[in-house]
Design a protein around this ligand. Structure first.
Ligand code: MD3
Ligand code: FE
Length: 211
């Protein structure tokens, strides 16, 4: 459903079985690429959200080198695990884009975690959409426009909801005000996973033949 500004909302797109299936795939990814605590550039302040990635490129941040995509986990030094086929299939189904997602950022929110209003600007290609998949506790998602002063709307994202950002929304301010602890029983430990599938480079990457 088109909700304006380039945001497309698919409430309840994943049924309970599909959510459980994706969760099992994410747990398997995290067994080899554990969640780590990202640090803000400059201040070195820890973010409240813990992160990992799958797919060839992963988004990371630390005090010294700041926001970037890289091929390896910052703590284990290993390449990121492959993107599970079920996630790649959602990208192919929903994103009208002629190349596969290169990165799936895994965000984990505990009861008190939040994400301030920001734009995602570390990718080369802004013509590609971003696909967000929510699993676990509900979250209050704040959606703005391309300028920080633009008015914002709030959307309550539940487990199994998908949001697709295209056009203006791709460059828009957004954040997570808070989660709603105890609102889902999907995660035994509570909290919320959000998966965001991204294109990092233009549609012609990789330039080499994949191994
Ligand atoms: C709009 N994640 O990882 S998902 C992020 O729920 C991020 O964890 C939030 O913002 C979360 O960067 C929101 C929805 C989302 C993701 C990326 C976007 C919305 C976006 C990029 C551009 C515009
Ligand atoms: Fe973001």
């Amino acid at each position: 459903m088109d909700i304006g500004g380039g945001y497309h909302y698919f409430p309840g797109f994943l049924d309970r079985d599909a959510q459980r299936g994706l969760l099992a795939l994410i747990r398997a990814v995290l067994a080899s690429a554990p969640l780590y605590t990202p640090l803000m550039p400059g201040s070195g302040r820890p973010m409240s959200v813990r992160m990992s990635n799958c797919g060839p490129w992963g988004w990371v941040t630390d005090r010294e080198r700041g926001y970037r995509y890289q091929r390896r986990h910052p703590e284990t030094g290993e390449e990121w695990p492959p993107m599970p086929g079920a996630i790649a299939a959602l990208w192919a189904e929903l994103c009208a884009y002629p190349a596969m997602a290169e990165s799936c950022l895994i965000n984990y929110y505990g009861a008190r975690a939040r994400m301030g209003l920001h734009r995602d600007q570390d990718e080369e290609d802004f013509s590609a959409p971003i696909l967000s998949i929510s699993l676990g506790d509900e979250a209050l998602f704040r959606m703005g426009g391309p300028a920080r002063k633009d008015p914002t709307r709030s959307l309550r994202l539940a487990s199994g909801d998908l949001v697709l950002m295209t056009g203006a929304a791709r460059s828009s301010y957004h954040g997570i005000d808070r989660i709603v602890p105890g609102s889902s029983a999907l995660l035994e430990e509570g909290g919320r996973f959000n998966l965001t599938c991204r294109r990092v480079h233009g549609p012609d990457w990789p330039h080499e033949v994949p191994r």
